[in-house]
Design a protein around this ligand. Structure first.
Ligand SMILES: O=C(CO)[C@H](O)[C@H](O)COP(=O)(O)O
Length: 232
């Protein structure tokens, strides 16, 4: 299986958890896109689902393929969210936000009774941090916010570049009109301490550490898709 087939395998396995009539959070990224394509085929066959997208990108794909969409204000309590991840550790701690949708992804996941992560095995890590941690920040005072993040990192014994995510003509802008700082810490031994410290910095809107949020992760490899469950 090539990289795309692995994503499809994870998405296919996740689809088995989606029941007729569910209120469904729909994630963002290339793996989530495969899930949307498979879901759209079922919808075309008469399967009913009420989707809440986690980004404008996902919304566009859903509209194009005929997946019915609602806003989170229409459906503030969801049955299930299916989303990808940039990293998954053994406790189902995640790094997300490689696609820049972390704020809406986290809000939607938090409004869901369950979150299932879909990924290929390259995303599995022992300790989070190999993937640069996306930190969504307000454009106002971004330099002061970056300095505050650097000081927090120092206090926690973390080091590495913290860079403003670029796009073609300037900084990358999220769906909410914010910037993203990508923090290359390499290894984050105490993700909880970092998460708590980041939310206490006023200019930080959200960060890509999703801790104790996923109930399961479906990991696709050459030998098939296996499911890791969160420990209670
Ligand atoms: O968090 C995300 C977007 O904000 C994505 O879920 C994450 O980047 C994984 O994307 P992909 O499936 O393309 O590897």
């Amino acid at each position: 299986m090539d990289a795309r087939q692995l994503k499809i395998a994870a998405a296919q396995a996740a689809l088995e958890h989606v029941e007729d009539g569910m209120r469904l959070g729909i994630g963002t990224g290339s793996t989530a896109d495969e899930f949307v394509r498979l879901l759209a085929e079922k919808v075309a066959d008469g399967f009913r689902v009420q989707g809440v997208p986690t980004s404008e990108r996902t919304a566009r794909l859903c509209v194009e393929l005929g997946v019915p969409l609602f806003s989170l204000d229409d459906l503030p309590e969801l049955d299930l969210t299916i989303d990808g991840a940039d990293e998954v550790d053994g406790s189902l701690g995640l790094i997300k936000g490689g696609g820049g949708a972390l704020l809406r992804e986290k809000i939607v996941a938090a409004a869901s009774a369950r979150m299932i992560v879909i990924a290929d095995e390259t995303k599995l890590v022992e300790t989070l941090g190999r993937f640069p941690l996306p930190i969504e920040v307000a454009p106002f005072g971004m330099t002061a916010t970056r300095i505050a993040v650097e000081r927090l990192a120092e206090r926690l014994g973390l080091s590495g570049a913290i860079e403003l995510r670029p796009e073609r003509d300037g900084p990358f802008l999220t769906d909410g009109g914010h910037f993203i700082l990508d923090a290359s810490f390499g290894r984050i031994p105490d993700a909880e301490a970092l998460a708590n410290g980041l939310v206490a910095i006023p200019g930080v809107v959200e960060h890509g550490l999703f801790l104790n949020m996923a109930s399961a992760a479906i990991i696709a490899s050459q030998s098939g898709a296996r499911t890791l469950l969160a420990k209670d």
